[in-house]
Design a protein around this ligand. Structure first.
Ligand code: G6P
Length: 477
């Protein structure tokens, strides 16, 4: 039964993602500290949807009033806690989904991050992990479906007729199905923030068909790149036997539109930040601290798909081959801890520490080290100061094909698996004539400032509106 409430003045957009843009920290029985969450999805949506966090101005997709539904990253078993957190989050236009610890373990650590995430990024699990995973697969999958149902229940509770519901990512592939089962007139879109793999990889998943069918219930399905959209359509044709069309996937006369929507950032947010006095001071400090050295900057979550070990091994090779550069270049690697309860991430952390220690021991001196590696999450202003002092722009690699495709002409593209090639690209970039650097930078700057996250969100949401209109027209004819 739909809620009978006065219609809002502006159409509402309900963003549903596993994680809220803030992470809650309990400070007392009913007092909460809300810190900003990290990750690509949060940054893109924060910038575009006008959710009030930190310095994010209340703008976003201006014709919509946005609410964000998701998990606050904390276990809140008691009623007082749930009530007070709900109130604290309401001020940020966020609505929590409460997941208990066991569910988080099976759904988030298990099915999402130990099964779907590696599979979608083509990272095979070691044989012994694969066997263990196969044994625990069913309980993780059941938890995944259960968690998706809980998200659907919260959406249904807050939905007002006319709202647009935008579901995000691999955590919520069952959500379109559960929402439409409850209310077939709801406008539902689903967007994936990771690659979608080749159908040959997707077919190795025991629940391959259920996931595809559940996503296909959405009105519009979006991916970062054309390749990922194509892989999804092939998976539907090969695994489900459906028909792929240039517009999407057709099942018994019903078309699910599938398309690519390349994402961007909000450049204005960065430009505003570097004008702030405290950020300017920080920039000056950093310039002094690293004066006389070129700075290479890496900012990533400490995740296996980011290629951090490959990057630092390539840097080691570069140092081996270019003794003239010792003491003249430093690699600042910010590696924000993430998914720390998942074994693969714990192993990666140890591996990275071991390599960094070896390289610093080998090429460091009593006064300097070549790699500053921080297992930390820096705040936005700290990051902006680092971006501002970095004359060396990060090369784009195959692991983020979206970025590589978009920034192709400005970036130096490398095969991240080929350490020799990456090492020589580092040398090329460091020795690049100023004129070439300016030209490349200009190209990238133009791209980033014209293809913004706001434009990405607007395109997706307006297509979602249009898709429904078309579908309704078809029915009326
Ligand atoms: C990637 C995923 C996002 C996720 C983010 C952070 O960007 O596509 O869905 O939110 O990583 O990961 P976490 O597990 O901390 O939410």
């Amino acid at each position: 039964e739909l809620r009978k409430r006065p219609a809002p003045i502006r159409q509402r957009l309900l963003v549903v993602a596993n994680r809220l843009p803030v992470r809650a920290n309990r400070k007392g029985e009913s007092s909460w500290q809300l810190d900003m969450s990290i990750g690509g999805l949060v940054s893109a949506l924060l910038d575009s949807c006008g959710i009030l966090i930190e310095d994010t101005p209340d703008k976003g997709i201006t014709e919509f009033e946005t609410r964000w539904i998701g998990w606050a990253g904390v276990n809140v078993p008691d009623e007082i806690g749930q009530k007070s957190l709900t109130e604290a989050l309401a001020e940020k236009r966020c609505i929590p989904v409460f997941l208990d610890e066991d569910l988080v373990n099976l759904y988030y650590n298990g099915y999402c991050n130990n099964i779907l995430w590696p599979l979608f990024h083509y990272i095979g699990l070691p044989q012994e992990d694969r066997l263990a995973t196969t044994r625990s697969f069913q309980s993780q999958f059941d938890a995944y479906v259960r968690a998706n149902q809980m998200f659907a229940d919260v959406v249904n509770e807050h939905y007002i007729e006319g709202d647009i519901v935008w579901c995000h990512d691999y955590h919520l592939m069952f959500l379109p199905k559960f929402l439409k089962e409850h209310n077939s007139t709801m406008k539902v879109g689903w967007f994936l923030h990771t690659p979608f793999p080749s159908s040959e990889i997707h077919r190795t998943l025991p629940s391959r068909s259920e996931l595809l069918r559940a996503v296909l219930v959405a009105d519009l399905v979006g991916f970062h790149t054309y390749d990922y959209a194509r892989h999804f359509v092939s998976a539907c044709t090969r695994i489900l036997g459906l028909e792929g069309t240039p517009d999407g996937v057709e099942d018994q006369g019903k078309l699910t539109r599938v398309a690519a929507f390349p994402i961007g950032i909000d450049p204005g947010r960065f430009i505003r930040a570097i004008q702030l006095p405290q950020v300017k001071d920080h920039i000056e400090e950093l310039k002094k601290r690293f004066s006389g050295r070129k700075i290479m900057l890496g900012v990533d979550r400490l995740d296996m798909i980011k290629g951090i070990p490959q990057k630092i091994l390539a840097f080691e090779k570069f140092l081996e081959e270019n003794p003239d550069w010792h003491d003249k270049v430093v690699l600042l690697q910010i590696a924000a801890p993430t998914r720390t309860n998942v074994l693969e991430y714990q192993k990666l952390t140890c591996q990275v520490h071991e390599i960094v220690g070896r390289i610093n021991g080998r090429f460091g001196s009593l006064t300097t080290v070549p790699i500053h590696h921080l297992d930390q999450t820096l705040d936005f202003h700290g990051l902006c100061a680092l971006y501002a002092i970095t004359g060396f722009k990060k090369g784009s690699s195959d692991s983020k094909r979206g970025a590589a495709q978009s920034l192709g002409a400005g970036a130096i593209l490398v095969n991240p698996w080929n350490i020799t090639e990456v090492a020589s690209s580092i040398a090329y970039a460091l020795n690049m004539p100023a004129e070439e650097r300016e030209k490349r930078h200009h190209h990238n700057f133009m791209h980033v400032t014209t293809h913004t996250s706001q434009e990405w969100a607007e395109t997706f949401v307006s297509e979602l509106n249009d898709t429904i209109v078309e579908a309704q027209l078809r029915i009326r004819q």
